[in-house]
Design a protein around this ligand. Sequence first.
Ligand code: ZN
Length: 415
Amino acid sequence: MKKVLIGITIIILGLLILLWKINFSKVHSKVITKIEEKDDILIAINYPQTKYNNLNRKIKNYINSYYSYFKDEFSSYKAKEKIELNIDYSYFLLKNKYLCITLYITVDTHSSDNNYKDIKTILYDTKSNKEILLTDIIKDHNKLINLIDDNLKYKYNTNNIDFNIDNLISNPFSINDKYLTIYIPSTDSNYDFYVIKISLKEFNLETKQVIAKTTYLENNMVIDPSKKVVALTFDDGPSIYTQDILNILNKYGVNATFFVLGNKVSMYKETLKYALKQGCEIGNHSYNHKWMIKLNENELKAQIEDTQNIIKKELGYTPTSLRPTYGSINDKIKNYSNFNIVLWNIDTLDWKIKNPKEIARRALKADDGDIILMHDIHKQTVNSLELIIPKLLKDGFQFVTISELKEIELLRKRL
Ligand code: ZN
């Protein structure tokens, strides 16, 4: 009898986890990434597209307004350095019901003037399909105000902010599995925001995260160092196109390397697991595509390590290759010598050229040992692969990952 009960409990628990996972993956369907590089302007925008049209419209409105503001304000701006717009996001599904989307906006002119940071939050009730306020899920307003006051005093040594529940609701915030983080515009020139972290336990809102363990097969591909090799690499993903690319690679039995953005890893972790299973390599391409040569030590460290950590957490895999954003390298990046730091020999310009034939024409210039740069965030890139892979195979090329390419280079030196 006892055994039967234990058995039933395990089955019910299993079903609950399954339901939770299905629900979780249903909410977020894809991430949209827009990377532009034009004259002196660099733009990297990432935002989620959910299955809720109302919510998508709100997110899109924010993105569009920052995008046009940036273009209007800076397209004729004369600066010594390139100007950068970066929009990143985080999301969290609280209590299987409330979706919290936070957008982080940074305009960086790489000089002290005109720099700009902003945060926008949307808290969305997925059951009623409406945007709601933080105070709708946290009912004990006095406790919330007291905790914020304590935090301001203790962490920032400030008590000159007049704070009440009415002006609280206009401040951005984000939620993860442990904390509610509230961003209060700072009166101190040292910070853009006072960042207040409050444990969700204070409001009985904590969530238990279930992290799936994965295993992947070792890559059994045998490469002949005496024959030609080429490495296909895909940047700025994963995205909705990554799986299509994996299917084409699989069809021809070839591998590639995906230089991913850390902020997209969780949403496409199933795709990435599939990539690893196939024998593809996953490399680090920063967390949210900031222009890496302009970052200070700590910012650079965060971009690289946050990406390593999320890949490790979601896939149980540790990348060894790093591709700096916009292909720019400096000494600070070179100091990450534990990574294989990789650029490319052939730029297909697939983000700019919409014609698959033209993309293929550029890729087919490849020579032995070349690295081809592509992006797994465009439809035309997917379509060009059917023109590239069979032709290169016919010409006697072996497709290798970046790590395999490095091994081959070493092997050839020894031979
Ligand atoms: Zn990139």
